[in-house]
Design a protein. Structure first.
Length: 359
């Protein structure tokens, strides 16, 4: 069993700059948690505090109910995989994977069995006699993961492990990490700025901004019910369209183009009952827009054809109207200046002042 609990954790550096604010999270045994957010949001700092590579300024860290806040990194029974692989160039792949066990002076026969087992899991059996510079980036990252597997740690920690790989290798290695998690049933914490990695890998996502946790939930919860405007705009590709709109009876009126009126459903009317005459933020995901008669008139600026889908960028109304992106099904042949009509199939509503979702 490997359960982690981070309770009211802060990170304050010597220059009084605070990187992490009141971080709270309970990680279940065998769960894969992904910390996601833009650069500088505190996600890697949080992971390094869990690993013991950074001191915890305030709060407590528990592993299986034991307080390990002050426990040295080497005694935490965790293994960390870095983005730069951190392999020893003069050693073979076998020697790199066996290194930590050799330092512990484990029985050579045990080491051999563990290295071969890890190599089998990661498809590295035929590479064990090679040096790191003879392998591709994806293979080297697998070696770094193998070095962690042989230790059989309670917790695996990944710090942006795919950042140095090209797009094709990132996809392949991401799938390998997911299969590894399912096979080992291990507790994992994974840091990335890539929302695709977060959505495809995580059991639960922790979305962070400026040192604060914005939302914790399943990938579907963050995508379908974002807690605030930050999460709404960060999760989802392309980002959610956001418009300031005034609540006017049974409809919303866009502030940048008062000729555009968006009808509200009965449920939305109830949610906005106390917002009459006030400005709220209307969020619409590009995939929640269809082209159809009776929709909002738009002027197309450009297309991005993606095969099964097309991203259509347009201005609502005329050329100076609010910008909108729609993700339409199929290969759409619009050109610059085309007139079209967009129908909204799903809306998200946010409080203008607090930026929180209206629910």
């Amino acid at each position: 069993m490997a359960e982690l609990s981070l309770q009211h954790i802060d990170k304050i550096y010597d220059n009084n700059v605070q990187a992490v604010f009141d971080f709270n999270l309970d990680v279940k045994d065998g769960e894969l948690i992904v910390l996601v957010g833009p650069s500088g949001c505190g996600k890697s700092t949080t992971l390094r505090m869990v690993a013991g590579l950074e001191d915890i300024s305030k709060g407590h860290l528990y592993l299986d109910g034991k307080d390990i806040t002050q426990t040295p990194a080497k005694d935490r029974d965790m293994a960390m995989v870095f983005q730069n692989y951190a392999l020893y160039g003069h050693m073979t792949i076998y020697e790199n994977m066996a290194f930590s066990l050799t330092l512990r002076k484990e029985n050579p026969n045990v080491i051999h069995k563990k290295v071969l087992a890890a190599a089998e899991i990661l498809g590295l059996t035929s590479q064990l006699n090679k040096k790191p510079n003879q392998l591709s980036g994806g293979q080297r990252q697998r070696v770094a993961m193998g070095r962690s597997i042989v230790r059989n740690p309670k917790v695996f920690l990944f710090d942006e492990p795919l950042s140095n790989l090209d797009a094709k290798l990132r996809g392949a290695t991401r799938r390998e990490i997911l299969l590894l998690h399912k096979r080992l049933k291990a507790t994992m914490m994974y840091v990335t700025h890539d929302q695709t990695e977060a959505l495809t890998l995580a059991d639960r996502i922790v979305c962070m901004s400026m040192g604060h946790v914005q939302q914790v939930g399943t990938p579907l919860e963050l995508y379908d019910a974002p807690a605030n405007i930050f999460v709404a705009s960060f999760i989802g590709l392309p980002p959610m369209n956001l418009f300031d709109a005034k609540v006017n009876g049974d409809e919303l009126v866009l502030e940048k183009d008062s000729s555009v009126h968006v009808a509200l459903t009965d449920e939305e009317k109830k949610l906005l009952a106390s917002y009459q005459g006030k400005t709220v933020v209307l969020g619409v995901r590009p995939e929640n827009i269809e082209e159809g008669a009776g929709g909002i008139p738009v002027t197309v600026t450009n297309n991005e054809n993606l095969g099964m889908n097309t991203l259509v960028y347009a201005n609502i109304g005329g050329a100076s109207g609010p910008r909108v992106c729609a993700k339409l099904k199929g290969w759409v042949g619009h050109v610059h200046g085309d007139q079209a009509q967009f129908v909204i199939t799903r809306k998200h509503l946010f409080d203008k002042e607090t930026t929180n979702a209206i629910r």
